[in-house]
Design a protein around this ligand. Structure first.
Ligand SMILES: *Cc1c(COP(=O)(O)O)cnc(C)c1O
Length: 375
């Protein structure tokens, strides 16, 4: 068996080499490195792909999460509800602005924010009266959209600003609604390892709200007013490089094909593993882009045993994520204890992800599954 990649970006490059090389060469010969025409073209195409009215491309996914919170003036004294089982950036952006992340537990099957836990935490914050509930950031973990059919009405009920962290969700859907179209604002990341990734850092924000869109465009370039050197608010330097936009365009054109391939790979994995392993579960009507393919072991010890055996057979695996956010050291002052969010804690001890990408072959999947069957 040849060397198995967790995410084979080399295979993708070989497939798209001509278009990607041409895109890069064009940017270099045009010398329009910042906010070049490819950036605008990408934003237009991303709008039509997701069905959103406005798209603001950004420097990375973390800034894409941060900027809408800045636009809404979220800060000290505000509660921002986030799942405990996610990448750190989801909560970090709230803390960066002086707001307080309030952690919610997730659903054991979908890995996504549990709407019941969200409502419980909102009520708790209201009862305690110390923080003002302001926003919810729901994450589309591993490619499956969060449960927006329940979270959207909950946010309406309590008057909360809803953001979709679609850093892993791009390409997913609920019925005919695509990821990056849920809530008031959606944010995604083009970090190389994401389902749609560039060759460095990148991200994008989506909204249908014109006022928020205008604020985001200003925040992206130092809080500019009617022109670049008029500054009307505190902003950032948070633009996407033209080079990255030029690399993303051909990848976006190939994206549906790759997503179909990842879905084929997921069903092949499930077919071969479902008798012995706990394979991912999709909610009815939900479509996953399968950025990651994540299994659950029975215990932390069993997980180590499985991962060691796979490693010995040359199969790379990853743990997303080994520590739930409410138990991260930096959040110790918030006073959470082990046992507060039991599902997130259990998942962080038992999940592990297998190789998954748009170019994985049947032979590789068969080999990985045979190894897993023999453990
Ligand atoms: C990757 C990721 C981010 C951050 O994106 P960057 O582009 O790395 O800043 C945020 N949230 C989630 C869920 C992610 O997976």
């Amino acid at each position: 068996m040849e060397k198995i990649a967790f995410n084979d970006l080399g295979a993708q490059y070989r497939h798209l080499k001509d278009e990607i090389d041409k895109g890069i060469a064009d940017v270099i010969s045009d010398c329009h490195f910042i906010s070049g025409p490819q950036t605008e073209e990408l934003e237009k195409e991303l709008c039509s792909y997701t069905g959103r009215k406005y798209c603001v491309s950004t420097s990375n996914g973390t800034d894409a999460l941060l900027m809408p919170l800045m636009a809404k003036g979220i800060g000290a004294g505000d509660a921002v509800f986030v799942p405990a089982f996610t990448f750190f950036a989801t909560a970090e952006v709230a803390s960066f602005l002086g707001a307080t992340p309030v952690f919610c537990d997730v659903d054991e099957d979908t890995f996504n924010m549990n709407p019941k836990s969200l409502e419980k935490q909102i009520k708790k914050v209201l009862e305690e009266g110390k923080l003002k509930p302001k926003a919810v950031i729901a994450v589309d973990l591993f490619g499956q959209p969060a449960d927006f059919t329940e979270i959207e009405p909950l946010c309406k009920k309590y008057g909360l600003f809803l953001m979709e962290d679609a850093a892993q969700g791009f390409g997913g859907a609920i019925g005919s609604r695509k990821a990056c179209s849920f809530g008031d604002v959606s944010a995604t990341s083009f970090f190389p390892a994401k389902a749609l990734g560039c060759y460095g850092d990148g991200g994008a924000i989506f909204t249908d709200d014109e006022e928020i869109y205008r604020l985001l465009v200003s925040i992206r370039v130092h809080g500019k007013g009617s022109f670049k050197y008029e500054n009307v608010r505190i902003g950032l330097n948070a633009r996407l490089d033209t080079l990255q936009a030029a690399i993303l365009l051909p990848k976006l054109h190939e994206f549906d094909k790759e997503t179909q391939h990842r879905n084929w790979a997921a069903s092949r994995y499930a077919e071969l593993l479902k008798d012995k392993y706990r394979v991912p579960v999709l909610k009815d009507g939900f479509f996953s882009s399968y950025g990651y393919y994540t299994l659950k072991a029975e215990s932390e010890e069993q997980r180590s045993k499985i991962m060691d055996a796979l490693k010995a057979a040359g199969v790379p695996t990853m743990i997303y994520y080994p520590l739930p956010l409410h138990l991260q050291k930096v959040y110790a002052p918030l006073g959470y204890r082990e046992g507060d969010l039991p599902v997130s804690e259990k998942l962080s001890k038992t999940v592990f992800s297998l190789p998954m990408h748009g170019y994985i072959t049947e032979d590789v999947i068969n080999y990985i599954c045979a190894t897993l069957q023999n453990i």
